[in-house]
Unconditional design. Structure first.
Ligand code: PGA
Length: 256
């Protein structure tokens, strides 16, 4: 079986200006030795601070991610940025289709796959998000929704590039609510996603990293990442302070 290096990414959403970003990135860089070589760590700052973040992370193992990326190379898309713009800064990853983008900014199963495609084409690692709402879970629609969202993304991904993809399962009801999915609930959906990958790509599915996201904290990270198919975490609130994100990353070191 392919060995999957755990991958923990902080998502700072619309928090931290330039000074706070520099301070937290420097602290992450300093603390990274604790997990280096064992857990990959990235952080996704606000777009206006990406330049400063890349500068502060340069030469370290810390990866800088964008929270979004447009699918076009350039053009009349006010308020958006292309994968090439991110590459130019030194950004290496791009979150695509976060549930907040899907719920508030019109991202869907047409635009999210296009964002993922553009990221891959430019040499970025996409972190593609899927996950059901509370109503969908209560209506027993979790498997259907996750299969639909994942299927739409995989439709545009070829076998020889799937290993670069990161998929984040983020149940919407667990995001920012303090109510994380149990390790068993997370593993159940992750195993389903792994099976969808295996159906399309065979053995290559084993190399794809599946992050869990939704109220991950230092005190639940290890038990979540102990599950066979939970290969990391996408972390919002508990990633704002470097010490907390590093503690979560350390949780990944305990993966069997
Ligand atoms: P949370 O957010 O950790 O604050 O629940 C996770 C996310 O939105 O990626």
């Amino acid at each position: 079986m392919a060995k999957r290096v755990p991958f923990v990414c902080g998502n700072w959403k619309m928090h931290h200006g330039v000074e706070a970003t520099r301070k937290q990135v420097r602290a992450l860089v300093e603390g990274l030795a604790r997990v280096q070589g064992k857990v990959e760590v990235a952080v996704a700052p606000v777009a206006t601070t990406l330049f400063a973040a890349c500068e502060a992370a340069r030469g370290s193992g810390l990866k800088i991610a964008a929270q979004n990326v447009h699918w076009a190379e350039k053009g009349a898309f006010t308020g958006e940025w292309s994968a090439a713009h991110l590459v130019e800064l030194g950004v290496s990853h791009a979150i695509c289709g976060h549930s907040e983008r899907r719920a508030m900014f019109g991202d869907d199963d047409v635009t999210v796959p296009k964002r993922v495609r553009a990221a891959l084409d430019a040499g970025l690692i996409p972190i593609a998000c899927v996950g059901e709402t509370l109503a969908e879970r209560e209506g027993n629609q979790t498997a259907v929704v996750v299969a639909r969202q994942t299927g739409a993304i995989l439709e545009l991904i070829k076998a020889d590039e799937v290993e670069r993809l990161v998929l984040a399962y983020e149940p919407v009801w667990a995001i920012g609510t303090g109510k994380n999915a149990t390790p068993t609930q997370a593993q159940e959906v992750h195993a389903q996603i792994r099976a969808l990958l295996a159906k399309r790509y065979g053995a290559k599915a084993e190399a794809v990293r599946l992050q869990y996201g939704g109220s991950v904290k230092p005190d639940n990270a290890a038990e979540l990442m102990r599950e066979h198919d939970v290969d990391g975490a996408l972390v919002g609130g508990a990633a704002l302070e470097a010490a907390s994100l590093l503690a979560i990353a350390e949780g990944g070191m305990q993966r069997a």
